[in-house]
Design a protein around this ligand. Structure first.
Ligand SMILES: [Zn+2]
Length: 329
Protein backbone atom coordinates (compact mmCIF):
# COMPACT_ATOMS: atom_id res chain seq x y z
CA UNK A 1 0.00 0.00 0.00
CA UNK A 2 1.17 3.48 -0.75
CA UNK A 3 1.25 6.32 1.73
CA UNK A 4 -2.05 7.67 2.90
CA UNK A 5 -2.91 10.95 4.53
CA UNK A 6 -4.68 9.14 7.32
CA UNK A 7 -1.84 6.83 8.17
CA UNK A 8 1.53 7.73 9.54
CA UNK A 9 0.14 10.60 11.58
CA UNK A 10 1.78 9.31 14.69
CA UNK A 11 4.79 7.69 13.10
CA UNK A 12 8.20 9.12 13.59
CA UNK A 13 7.18 10.73 16.85
CA UNK A 14 9.28 9.63 19.76
CA UNK A 15 7.65 10.35 23.07
CA UNK A 16 11.05 10.48 24.75
CA UNK A 17 11.84 13.55 22.63
CA UNK A 18 8.63 15.34 23.50
CA UNK A 19 8.18 18.01 26.12
CA UNK A 20 5.09 19.13 27.95
CA UNK A 21 4.31 22.80 27.54
CA UNK A 22 4.84 25.46 28.74
CA UNK A 23 8.50 25.93 28.01
CA UNK A 24 10.18 29.10 26.82
CA UNK A 25 11.50 30.27 24.51
CA UNK A 26 11.06 28.59 21.15
CA UNK A 27 14.39 28.29 19.43
CA UNK A 28 12.94 28.70 15.95
CA UNK A 29 9.68 30.63 15.72
CA UNK A 30 9.17 30.58 11.93
CA UNK A 31 9.25 28.35 8.86
CA UNK A 32 8.57 25.14 10.68
CA UNK A 33 6.19 22.29 11.35
CA UNK A 34 5.54 21.80 15.06
CA UNK A 35 3.99 18.39 15.78
CA UNK A 36 2.05 18.17 19.02
CA UNK A 37 -0.18 15.87 20.98
CA UNK A 38 -3.05 16.65 23.25
CA UNK A 39 -3.12 14.54 26.37
CA UNK A 40 -4.84 12.48 27.64
CA UNK A 41 -6.56 11.35 24.43
CA UNK A 42 -3.43 11.26 22.31
CA UNK A 43 -4.92 13.46 19.61
CA UNK A 44 -2.25 14.30 17.06
CA UNK A 45 -1.82 17.74 15.62
CA UNK A 46 0.52 19.99 13.75
CA UNK A 47 1.08 23.71 13.83
CA UNK A 48 2.72 25.27 10.78
CA UNK A 49 4.29 28.70 10.90
CA UNK A 50 5.62 30.30 7.71
CA UNK A 51 7.45 33.63 7.64
CA UNK A 52 10.25 34.37 5.12
CA UNK A 53 9.37 31.13 3.26
CA UNK A 54 5.86 32.18 2.26
CA UNK A 55 6.86 35.80 1.74
CA UNK A 56 9.56 34.73 -0.69
CA UNK A 57 7.27 32.44 -2.71
CA UNK A 58 4.48 35.02 -2.96
CA UNK A 59 6.87 37.91 -3.70
CA UNK A 60 8.48 36.11 -6.65
CA UNK A 61 5.32 36.95 -8.60
CA UNK A 62 3.33 40.13 -8.84
CA UNK A 63 0.12 38.48 -7.65
CA UNK A 64 -3.00 40.54 -6.90
CA UNK A 65 -3.64 40.45 -3.13
CA UNK A 66 -6.53 37.91 -3.15
CA UNK A 67 -4.46 35.51 -5.30
CA UNK A 68 -1.44 35.84 -3.02
CA UNK A 69 -3.65 35.27 0.05
CA UNK A 70 -5.31 32.11 -1.25
CA UNK A 71 -2.01 30.75 -2.61
CA UNK A 72 -0.47 31.46 0.81
CA UNK A 73 -3.20 29.36 2.42
CA UNK A 74 -2.73 26.59 -0.17
CA UNK A 75 1.03 26.47 0.50
CA UNK A 76 0.35 26.29 4.24
CA UNK A 77 -2.22 23.54 3.73
CA UNK A 78 0.29 21.55 1.67
CA UNK A 79 2.86 21.83 4.48
CA UNK A 80 0.27 20.90 7.14
CA UNK A 81 -0.80 17.79 5.20
CA UNK A 82 2.72 16.74 4.16
CA UNK A 83 3.59 16.74 7.86
CA UNK A 84 1.11 13.91 8.37
CA UNK A 85 2.88 11.68 5.89
CA UNK A 86 5.84 9.40 5.97
CA UNK A 87 7.11 9.64 2.41
CA UNK A 88 10.30 10.05 0.46
CA UNK A 89 9.65 12.34 -2.47
CA UNK A 90 7.22 15.11 -3.32
CA UNK A 91 3.79 15.87 -1.91
CA UNK A 92 1.67 18.03 -4.24
CA UNK A 93 -1.58 19.88 -3.68
CA UNK A 94 -3.37 21.08 -6.80
CA UNK A 95 -6.67 22.80 -7.49
CA UNK A 96 -8.17 23.04 -10.96
CA UNK A 97 -11.36 24.98 -11.37
CA UNK A 98 -13.58 27.36 -13.37
CA UNK A 99 -13.16 30.48 -11.18
CA UNK A 100 -10.87 33.51 -11.59
CA UNK A 101 -8.03 31.52 -9.95
CA UNK A 102 -8.10 28.53 -12.28
CA UNK A 103 -5.06 26.65 -11.00
CA UNK A 104 -3.07 26.45 -7.79
CA UNK A 105 -0.08 24.17 -7.30
CA UNK A 106 1.94 23.81 -4.11
CA UNK A 107 4.46 21.08 -3.39
CA UNK A 108 6.61 20.02 -0.46
CA UNK A 109 9.63 17.73 -0.55
CA UNK A 110 10.55 15.34 2.24
CA UNK A 111 13.42 17.71 3.12
CA UNK A 112 10.95 20.56 3.66
CA UNK A 113 11.54 22.47 0.41
CA UNK A 114 8.34 24.26 -0.57
CA UNK A 115 7.18 26.07 -3.71
CA UNK A 116 3.91 27.07 -5.32
CA UNK A 117 2.19 29.18 -7.96
CA UNK A 118 -1.25 30.21 -9.14
CA UNK A 119 -2.78 30.94 -12.54
CA UNK A 120 -5.55 33.50 -12.66
CA UNK A 121 -7.63 35.75 -14.90
CA UNK A 122 -7.13 39.37 -13.89
CA UNK A 123 -10.32 40.69 -15.51
CA UNK A 124 -12.52 38.17 -13.77
CA UNK A 125 -10.65 38.74 -10.53
CA UNK A 126 -11.50 42.46 -10.64
CA UNK A 127 -15.19 41.55 -10.51
CA UNK A 128 -14.87 39.51 -7.32
CA UNK A 129 -16.31 41.40 -4.33
CA UNK A 130 -13.77 42.26 -1.64
CA UNK A 131 -14.06 39.98 1.37
CA UNK A 132 -13.86 41.14 4.97
CA UNK A 133 -10.38 41.47 6.41
CA UNK A 134 -9.40 38.66 8.76
CA UNK A 135 -11.46 36.14 6.80
CA UNK A 136 -9.99 33.34 4.75
CA UNK A 137 -10.25 33.96 0.99
CA UNK A 138 -13.48 32.58 -0.46
CA UNK A 139 -13.18 29.38 -2.46
CA UNK A 140 -16.55 29.86 -4.27
CA UNK A 141 -15.62 33.46 -5.28
CA UNK A 142 -11.97 32.94 -6.24
CA UNK A 143 -11.53 29.30 -7.17
CA UNK A 144 -15.07 28.41 -8.17
CA UNK A 145 -16.15 24.89 -9.00
CA UNK A 146 -13.58 22.20 -9.57
CA UNK A 147 -11.46 19.75 -7.67
CA UNK A 148 -8.57 19.56 -5.25
CA UNK A 149 -6.04 16.77 -5.61
CA UNK A 150 -3.29 15.50 -3.34
CA UNK A 151 -0.47 13.44 -4.80
CA UNK A 152 2.55 11.74 -3.32
CA UNK A 153 5.25 11.01 -5.85
CA UNK A 154 8.08 8.85 -4.56
CA UNK A 155 9.89 8.49 -7.86
CA UNK A 156 9.95 5.86 -10.56
CA UNK A 157 8.89 2.30 -9.81
CA UNK A 158 6.89 3.26 -6.75
CA UNK A 159 3.18 3.40 -6.20
CA UNK A 160 1.73 6.87 -6.62
CA UNK A 161 -0.82 7.94 -4.07
CA UNK A 162 -3.50 10.29 -5.31
CA UNK A 163 -6.57 11.58 -3.57
CA UNK A 164 -8.99 13.78 -5.42
CA UNK A 165 -12.25 15.37 -4.36
CA UNK A 166 -14.66 18.08 -5.46
CA UNK A 167 -14.02 21.51 -3.96
CA UNK A 168 -16.73 21.85 -1.33
CA UNK A 169 -16.39 24.50 1.35
CA UNK A 170 -16.26 28.23 1.98
CA UNK A 171 -12.46 28.23 2.22
CA UNK A 172 -9.51 25.90 1.62
CA UNK A 173 -9.51 24.57 5.19
CA UNK A 174 -13.13 23.47 4.81
CA UNK A 175 -12.36 21.87 1.44
CA UNK A 176 -9.56 19.86 3.05
CA UNK A 177 -11.85 18.77 5.91
CA UNK A 178 -14.39 17.66 3.33
CA UNK A 179 -11.64 15.67 1.64
CA UNK A 180 -10.82 13.82 4.85
CA UNK A 181 -14.45 12.98 5.55
CA UNK A 182 -15.05 11.85 1.99
CA UNK A 183 -11.87 10.06 0.98
CA UNK A 184 -10.11 8.97 4.13
CA UNK A 185 -13.07 8.51 6.47
CA UNK A 186 -11.24 10.24 9.25
CA UNK A 187 -12.10 13.29 11.26
CA UNK A 188 -9.81 16.27 10.96
CA UNK A 189 -9.98 19.89 11.96
CA UNK A 190 -7.97 22.40 9.95
CA UNK A 191 -7.43 26.16 10.27
CA UNK A 192 -5.43 28.31 7.85
CA UNK A 193 -4.43 31.94 7.66
CA UNK A 194 -2.21 34.04 5.39
CA UNK A 195 -1.79 37.79 5.76
CA UNK A 196 0.61 40.67 5.46
CA UNK A 197 2.09 41.71 8.76
CA UNK A 198 4.33 44.34 10.30
CA UNK A 199 5.72 47.58 8.93
CA UNK A 200 7.20 46.02 5.78
CA UNK A 201 3.98 44.17 5.01
CA UNK A 202 5.74 40.84 4.56
CA UNK A 203 3.51 37.81 4.07
CA UNK A 204 3.10 35.38 6.91
CA UNK A 205 1.02 32.23 7.16
CA UNK A 206 -0.09 29.77 9.77
CA UNK A 207 -1.95 26.49 9.85
CA UNK A 208 -3.28 24.18 12.50
CA UNK A 209 -4.51 20.64 12.08
CA UNK A 210 -5.95 18.18 14.55
CA UNK A 211 -6.51 14.65 13.45
CA UNK A 212 -8.31 11.76 14.94
CA UNK A 213 -6.60 8.58 13.91
CA UNK A 214 -8.63 5.38 14.24
CA UNK A 215 -7.01 2.96 16.70
CA UNK A 216 -5.36 -0.22 15.40
CA UNK A 217 -8.09 -2.56 14.22
CA UNK A 218 -10.57 0.28 13.84
CA UNK A 219 -13.13 1.63 16.21
CA UNK A 220 -14.92 -0.91 18.33
CA UNK A 221 -16.26 1.02 21.25
CA UNK A 222 -15.68 4.75 21.49
CA UNK A 223 -15.82 5.81 25.08
CA UNK A 224 -17.89 8.89 25.77
CA UNK A 225 -14.98 10.71 27.36
CA UNK A 226 -12.82 10.14 24.28
CA UNK A 227 -15.60 11.57 22.13
CA UNK A 228 -15.92 14.53 24.50
CA UNK A 229 -12.16 15.02 24.47
CA UNK A 230 -12.16 15.24 20.68
CA UNK A 231 -15.03 17.72 20.63
CA UNK A 232 -13.43 19.85 23.30
CA UNK A 233 -10.11 19.90 21.42
CA UNK A 234 -11.92 20.95 18.23
CA UNK A 235 -13.66 23.79 20.05
CA UNK A 236 -10.35 24.96 21.54
CA UNK A 237 -8.67 24.77 18.16
CA UNK A 238 -11.41 26.75 16.45
CA UNK A 239 -10.89 29.51 19.03
CA UNK A 240 -7.53 30.31 17.38
CA UNK A 241 -8.04 33.53 15.44
CA UNK A 242 -6.55 34.15 11.96
CA UNK A 243 -4.46 36.91 13.57
CA UNK A 244 -3.01 34.53 16.16
CA UNK A 245 -2.07 32.01 13.49
CA UNK A 246 0.22 34.54 11.79
CA UNK A 247 1.24 36.72 14.78
CA UNK A 248 5.07 37.00 14.79
CA UNK A 249 4.97 37.95 18.49
CA UNK A 250 3.13 34.77 19.44
CA UNK A 251 5.56 31.85 19.33
CA UNK A 252 4.33 28.37 18.31
CA UNK A 253 4.70 27.05 21.87
CA UNK A 254 2.83 29.99 23.35
CA UNK A 255 0.04 29.65 20.81
CA UNK A 256 -0.36 25.91 21.50
CA UNK A 257 -0.21 26.47 25.24
CA UNK A 258 -2.78 29.24 25.02
CA UNK A 259 -5.16 26.98 23.09
CA UNK A 260 -4.75 23.64 24.82
CA UNK A 261 -3.25 24.19 28.28
CA UNK A 262 -6.36 22.88 30.05
CA UNK A 263 -5.96 19.52 28.32
CA UNK A 264 -2.19 19.27 28.57
CA UNK A 265 -0.21 19.68 25.36
CA UNK A 266 3.01 17.96 24.45
CA UNK A 267 5.30 19.12 21.62
CA UNK A 268 7.68 17.06 19.50
CA UNK A 269 10.83 18.17 17.64
CA UNK A 270 10.09 20.57 14.77
CA UNK A 271 10.83 20.14 11.07
CA UNK A 272 12.28 23.13 9.19
CA UNK A 273 10.59 24.43 6.02
CA UNK A 274 12.21 26.58 3.36
CA UNK A 275 11.31 28.11 -0.01
CA UNK A 276 13.30 26.27 -2.64
CA UNK A 277 12.47 25.53 -6.27
CA UNK A 278 13.75 22.43 -8.01
CA UNK A 279 14.16 24.02 -11.45
CA UNK A 280 17.53 24.33 -13.22
CA UNK A 281 18.71 25.15 -16.72
CA UNK A 282 19.70 21.53 -17.23
CA UNK A 283 16.29 20.25 -16.17
CA UNK A 284 14.35 22.69 -18.36
CA UNK A 285 16.70 22.02 -21.28
CA UNK A 286 15.93 18.31 -20.95
CA UNK A 287 12.20 19.01 -21.12
CA UNK A 288 12.64 21.32 -24.12
CA UNK A 289 14.64 18.70 -25.99
CA UNK A 290 11.72 16.31 -25.64
CA UNK A 291 9.47 18.73 -27.56
CA UNK A 292 8.87 18.32 -31.32
CA UNK A 293 11.21 20.47 -33.43
CA UNK A 294 8.31 22.54 -34.80
CA UNK A 295 7.26 23.54 -31.29
CA UNK A 296 10.82 24.60 -30.52
CA UNK A 297 10.82 26.72 -33.71
CA UNK A 298 7.61 28.42 -32.60
CA UNK A 299 9.19 29.36 -29.26
CA UNK A 300 12.26 30.88 -30.86
CA UNK A 301 12.52 34.67 -30.75
CA UNK A 302 15.63 36.44 -32.05
CA UNK A 303 17.50 33.15 -31.99
CA UNK A 304 16.79 32.77 -28.27
CA UNK A 305 14.31 30.54 -26.55
CA UNK A 306 13.25 31.87 -23.18
CA UNK A 307 11.56 29.70 -20.59
CA UNK A 308 10.34 31.07 -17.28
CA UNK A 309 9.77 28.73 -14.34
CA UNK A 310 6.15 29.04 -13.26
CA UNK A 311 7.04 28.32 -9.65
CA UNK A 312 9.88 30.72 -8.94
CA UNK A 313 9.72 33.03 -11.98
CA UNK A 314 13.39 32.40 -12.84
CA UNK A 315 14.12 33.06 -16.53
CA UNK A 316 16.25 30.67 -18.53
CA UNK A 317 17.61 31.63 -21.98
CA UNK A 318 18.58 28.97 -24.48
CA UNK A 319 20.60 29.91 -27.51
CA UNK A 320 19.18 28.76 -30.84
CA UNK A 321 22.10 26.43 -31.55
CA UNK A 322 21.21 24.44 -28.41
CA UNK A 323 18.48 22.91 -30.49
CA UNK A 324 20.03 22.92 -33.96
CA UNK A 325 20.57 19.13 -34.16
CA UNK A 326 16.98 18.46 -33.19
CA UNK A 327 15.52 21.13 -35.48
CA UNK A 328 17.19 19.59 -38.54
CA UNK A 329 16.44 16.00 -37.56
ZN1 LIG B 1 11.81 27.40 -10.44
Amino acid sequence: MGPSLSRGAGEGLNRAESIILPIEPDTRPDDLVQPFQIDPFALRGRLVRLGPTVDRILSQHDYPEPVAAILGEAITLAVVLAGALKYDGIFTLQTKSDGPVRLIVADVSTEGAVRGYAQYDRERLDQVPAHGSGLSPSVPDLIGKGYIAFTVDQGEHTERYQGIVELIGANLAECAQHYFRQSEQIQAGIKLSAARSGAGGAWRAGGLMLQRVPPEGGYTVIADDVEDGWRRAMVLMSSATPGELVDPQLSPHRLLFRLFHDEGVRVYPTHPIEARCRCSKERIGRILRSFPADDIEDMRKDEVITVTCEFCNTRYDFAGEDFAPLASA
